[in-house]
Design a protein around this ligand. Sequence first.
Ligand SMILES: CSC[C@H]1O[C@H](OP(=O)(O)O)[C@H](O)[C@@H]1O
Length: 318
Amino acid sequence: MMAVRTAVGWTGDAIEIIDQTLLPAEERIIRLSTVDEVVDAIQRLAVRGAPAIGVTGALGVLLAGDDDAEAERIASARPTAVNLRWAVERVLAASDRKAEALAILEEDVAACRAIGSYGRAELPEASKILTVCNTGRLATAGWGTALGVVYAKQEAGEPVEVFACETRPLLQGARLTAWELDDAGIPVTVLPDGAAPALLAGGQIDAVIVGADRIAANGDTANKIGTYALAIAARHHGVPFYVAAPRSTLDPATPHGAVIEIEERDGSEIRSIAGLEESTRVWNPAFDVTPASLITGLITDAGVLRAPFGPAIEGVLS
Ligand SMILES: CSC[C@H]1O[C@H](OP(=O)(O)O)[C@H](O)[C@@H]1O
């Protein structure tokens, strides 16, 4: 079994993940020993979160043997998180693929800690943070990105409280962030996604911190659906809005947010909540794009990047 209770680990000949579809009711660790199992786990969000699926993809290449077509199935399992294809292609190009895959895992652990440290320095000592989706140890190989900032504050003995949007339709906030933070002894309040602007209007939130699935060269950021609405409300109420992500989520090949492919998921994820007929039409995008103009800073493992984001991103990737 995994020593560290994070999203993904390597046993030496298989991948182990926490099956996040079962949380919070059950913390079950499952083994992924084939490419089919890896693709299935990524697509049904048994393992999820841009950095975590990147690490899973990297380790998945080791299960694909020398069949690059099988590795491509992993890289294309979900389209929006840049980390997945980036990690698969980096391992495919390596002379020692196992060493490269394990290096990607260890780099993510270190990146999470660096993000935590840089993010902590951005916030008041006692902070109330609003977030969406899940960006903690269930979304990375380490302690998380946006939630990594929260864990860094806890580790430093600074008072921190989190308000977590439930994050419909799959409820990553209500099911996963609340479970993680309760487990860590960090105060967390779950709220309906639609209540976030009213919470921001109340003036008690010190910062909004979210994760990212792909950050374009100009700083436009794709993240869980609902993030854009948070950014608009935060700007309207003068609350700082940060995106926390490792450099592996920066995508210089994508010039701006309008060209980021947004994963559209099956309508059954919505219909099942409301008991809708199969004939009911549904639009179920998994992500949206927040324009760089609404972002206060990009908290990365190389520091906090500020506008103009283009040169700043180029600087940390050069
Ligand atoms: C550490 S950021 C992870 C990022 O991925 C999540 O999406 P999903 O749960 O569909 O994998 C969400 O966008 C998070 O911000």
